[in-house]
Design a protein around this ligand. Structure first.
Ligand SMILES: [Fe+2]
Ligand SMILES: [Fe+2]
Length: 169
């Protein structure tokens, strides 16, 4: 799937998010013990601190307001913002849960994260690329870059990430 360079910083973070959802799914399938769930909960909390929280902010403060006026249907932005709130809520619950409740919350979070990223990559980003001019994309890209530098200074520094290991969106 071709991606305009202006959207690369966000797409790159999407690769990390998909890798996290695969880790959760495979980890729990192999062994849904308390120890595995605790390890995955720790990874989710780290991903939130290092990247996800900032990623949501960049999307909500820079990307969504910039592209909303040109979208065929603005409902998609409302849906994506709602999913951000749902994921934040799940992360909060995962942080204090234990036992089978935590396993279920982790599964729910992993599935929602992967679904959310696929909607952004396959629907939103595709439409944005098709509707914005080259200059508009470049200007948006500059603002995304600036915002990522500011709100996600540690982006990509997740200890379990292996470059190139993430599945494609
Ligand atoms: Fe998002
Ligand atoms: Fe995203």
């Amino acid at each position: 799937m071709w991606r305009d360079p202006s959207l690369h910083p966000l797409s790159h973070q999407h690769q990390h998010g998909l890798a996290l959802s695969v880790l959760i799914e495979r980890g729990l399938k192999a062994d849904s013990s308390e120890k595995t769930a605790a390890d995955l909960a720790h990874k989710v909390a780290a991903a939130w601190e290092v990247e996800l929280r900032g990623h949501f902010r960049v999307e909500e403060e820079v990307l969504f307001p910039s592209v909303e006026p040109v979208l065929a249907s603005r409902a998609i932005v409302g849906e994506l913002v709602e999913q951000h709130r749902e994921m934040e809520e799940l992360i909060g619950k995962i942080g204090v849960a234990s036992g089978s409740g935590r396993v279920e919350l982790l599964r729910e979070f992993g599935q929602l994260l992967s679904k959310h990223i696929r909607i952004e990559e396959r629907q939103l980003f595709e439409e944005v690329q098709a509707r914005l001019s080259k200059d508009e994309m470049a200007s948006l890209g500059k603002r995304i870059d600036d915002s990522v530098q500011k709100v996600c200074p540690g982006t990509g520094r997740l200890p379990w990430e292996e470059p190139g290991a993430a599945p494609r969106a």
